[in-house]
Design a protein around this ligand. Sequence first.
Ligand SMILES: NC(=O)c1ccc[n+]([C@@H]2O[C@H](COP(=O)([O-])OP(=O)(O)OC[C@H]3O[C@@H](n4cnc5c(N)ncnc54)[C@H](OP(=O)(O)O)[C@@H]3O)[C@@H](O)[C@H]2O)c1
Length: 253
Amino acid sequence: MDLRGKTILLTGASSGIGLALSRLLAQEKVKLALLARRENILRRLAVELKSSGSVILPLQCDVSKKEDIRKSYLEVKSQFGQVDIAILNSGFSHRAGVEHFEVDVARDIFDVNVFGMLYFIEELLPDFKCRKEGIIVGVSSLSDCRGFPRSGFYNASKAATTFLLESLRIELKKFNIKVITVKPGFVKTEMTERNQYHMPFLMPADKAAGIIIKGIKKEKRLIQFPLPMVLGTKLLKAMPDFMFEMIAGRIKK
Ligand SMILES: NC(=O)c1ccc[n+]([C@@H]2O[C@H](COP(=O)([O-])OP(=O)(O)OC[C@H]3O[C@@H](n4cnc5c(N)ncnc54)[C@H](OP(=O)(O)O)[C@@H]3O)[C@@H](O)[C@H]2O)c1
C-alpha cells in the first residue's frame, strides 16, 4: 500500500515509538494528525515536520477521556475530511509489587491502554463501515503472553488489547476494515527508561517505527518484533505453568 496522500491519525505522538513514527510517516507525504496530551511537544514537532511535504495537525487529546477523543476525531474530519489509517499507540506502564497494590493504578492503565483504544474505535467504526474501508492499527506488546510479577496490570491491559483487536479483525473483515496488531519487544523510550532490569534485544525507537510502517504498508495482520523475542514469548506461552512460575518467581526488580 502506498501511504502517499493518506490521512493518518496517530495517538501517543509526543514521545518514543509515536514520535519516531511521526517523523517517518511525515516523509511519506501524508496528512498526519498527531495526538497526545503534551501539546507543546506536538506543536514543536509540527514546526519540525513542516518542510516534509506532509500536512501536520497537532491536537491535544487525553485518550482516557471520551469527550477529548470525540472532539479530536471531529477536528481531524473537519480539517482532513476523513481518516484512512488510525494508529492507536498511546500507552503507559507501571511496575509495582503487591506491597503497593492500588486498583486506581490498574484503572488508569486500562483507561489509557484499553479504553483509550476502544473509544477511538467506537468513533471510527461508523465512518469506516459506511465507506467500507479503513485501517485500525493497535499497539499492544509481546508482554501480552503471560502475567509477569510486578507487571500484572500492564500485561493484563496488553492481553486485553491483543484479544480485542483479534476479535475485531475477524468481525470487521466483511466491512473491508483491516485491523493490524503491533506487538513490539523492548524499545528504548521514556517508558522503558524507568526499567531497572535487563531488557534483552532493546531496540531504538526509529528502528521499531520503521518495522511498523513496513508492516502497515504490507497490510500485515500482526507486526511483531524482534524475532528472538517473538520466539522467546512463544516458548514462555507454551511453557507449563509450574515452570513459568519458577522462572518468573526469580524476577526481583
Ligand atoms: N517501549 C517498549 O518497550 C514497548 C514495548 C511494547 C509495547 N509498547 C507500547 O508502545 C506504545 C508506545 O509506548 P512508548 O514506549 O513509545 O512509550 P512513551 O515514550 O512513554 O510514549 C507513550 C505515548 O503515549 C502517550 N500517552 C500516555 N498517556 C496518554 C493519555 N492519557 N492520552 C494520550 N496520550 C497518552 C504519551 O503522550 P503524552 O504523555 O504527551 O500524553 C506518549 O506520546 C505503548 O502503547 C506501549 O505500551 C512499548
